[in-house]
Design a protein around this ligand. Structure first.
Ligand code: ADP
Ligand code: MG
Length: 409
């Protein structure tokens, strides 16, 4: 059996594996089909990048966003991994195809829609494949919070290479979604590896909304570090950015309607900044690796507990104290119910279950973290002591280390 540790240290420069990475890598190296469920920031990419450098042939990585692929490509290339993307925006496709055919690529990133493309399937048959890695695998499930019909095209492609191992990866999958991913991608039930979901340094707080701009300005005033504010509409992100900007903080807006150059610039400014607040729709965040985000505020209800966990999970990835504060109103639930009425009938039951679960988290007088972890299948006997309810609803922001340091400075 190959020992991956020397290669981890040599290629990535990390002293050791984190959490369940070693278990996942060992299964992949043994050729076993696997679903890895690991929280955001746990280091999922390494679980396929490392085997890709060790195994003969090319690892085909399926990823839902071109921007995400290009970030990954940059990071992989920076540590000397031979990687390329094959997307509609790449101008070097001929070169990439030639490198693939010559066996000169460890990683080939592609979008899911390529899977149904006959010539792409033929191409994959022309060189040795080491692994299929399916990133953000919850996109294959209608139960997941981010269903992408293109992911359903993957199964026939995977099945036409039955001897190539498969690794599916996701940060957010409740029991139902997990079972669905296994089923949809042809993975065995015992191929599931789940790591812990708790993010103990994030303080959760959930409050009814009154004047949300003021409520969020309060948080911004108390926490000097970088923050993300999620708003529900494009217009709301711009209004918030403007309102918060008047408090003297550097702010940016981010949504899919912005000119792509401005959007990319706003994102880059935020990633580089030590005090900026970015007001964004949920289009922002996937694949962004900024460790020192000190707060994530929601100006309205997220889509589901999974989405809430993923969005709040962008706070405090460096392990230092961080705040996740959600503001909601009854009208958010009314709007969500209305939206459910408009989706395909076969998805409505799932959506309703998800909304009910979210309602439970929002309305509880008990420990928020216990409810959150329970949702991901982790039973906690103890209250967390680090959410608004555990703290007796004292102002959750005032009580943080970050805020205290700032106020006494
Ligand atoms: P995920 O996809 O699970 O959200 P990433 O793969 O983007 O996470 O990794 C998050 C961060 O963790 C990256 O900066 C990565 O370099 C770092 N990382 C991954 N594995 C390790 C490790 N074993 N030791 C230290 N840092 C790691
Ligand atoms: Mg990832």
């Amino acid at each position: 059996m190959l020992d991956p540790l020397p290669d981890l240290q040599r290629i990535f420069g990390f002293p050791d594996f984190r959490g369940v990475q070693r278990d996942v890598v060992d299964r992949v190296l043994a050729g076993e089909r696997t679903l890895a469920v690991m929280p955001t920031g746990a280091g999922k990419s390494l679980c396929y990048q490392l085997p890709a450098t060790m195994l003969e042939g090319t690892c085909v990585v399926v990823s839902p966003l071109i921007a995400l692929m290009h970030d990954q490509l940059r990071a992989a290339t920076a540590v000397g991994i031979r990687a390329a993307t094959l997307t509609s925006v790449d101008t070097n496709r001929e070169e990439t195809i030639a490198r693939f055919r010559a066996g000169e690529l460890d990683l080939l990133y592609v979008a899911p829609e390529r899977a149904s493309n006959e010539s792409f399937r033929n191409l994959l048959g022309q060189a040795k494949l080491s692994l299929f890695a399916i990133d953000e695998a919850h996109c294959v499930s209608e139960w997941g919070h981010d269903f992408r019909p293109d992911y359903r095209l993957l199964r026939p492609l995977l099945d036409s290479f039955p001897d190539v191992p498969r690794l599916a990866l996701t940060a957010t999958a409740d029991a139902h979604t997990r079972a669905d991913i296994l089923d949809q991608l042809g993975l065995p039930k015992d191929g599931l590896i789940i790591s812990g979901f708790d993010r103990p340094n994030i303080r959760y707080a959930i409050s009814p909304r009154d004047n949300v701009n003021r409520q969020i300005a309060d948080i911004v005033a108390k926490i000097p570090g970088p923050g993300i504010v999620y708003a529900q509409t494009r217009a709301a992100t711009e209004k918030l950015a403007e309102a918060l900007g008047r408090t003297g903080r550097p702010t940016r807006a981010y949504h899919a309607g912005l000119d792509p150059h401005i959007r990319a610039k706003n994102q880059a400014d935020f990633v580089a900044s030590e005090d900026m607040v970015i007001c964004a729709t949920v289009a922002f965040g996937m694949g962004i690796d900024k460790p020192d985000v000190r707060f994530v505020a929601h100006a309205g209800l997220p889509k589901s507990i999974e989405a809430y966990y993923q969005e709040t999970g962008r706070a405090g990835r460096d392990g230092d104290p961080a705040i996740a504060h959600l503001f909601w109103g009854a009208e958010d639930f009314a709007r969500a119910r209305q939206r459910i009425g408009e989706v395909e009938p076969e998805r409505q039951a799932g959506e309703r279950t998800r909304l009910t679960a979210l309602g439970g988290l929002v309305e509880t007088a008990g420990c928020r973290r216990r409810i959150l972890l329970k949702h991901f299948g982790e039973d906690r006997a103890e209250d967390c002591g680090n959410c608004d309810n555990c703290l007796g609803n004292v102002d959750a922001v005032d009580a943080t280390e970050t805020a205290r340091k700032f106020l006494s400075a």
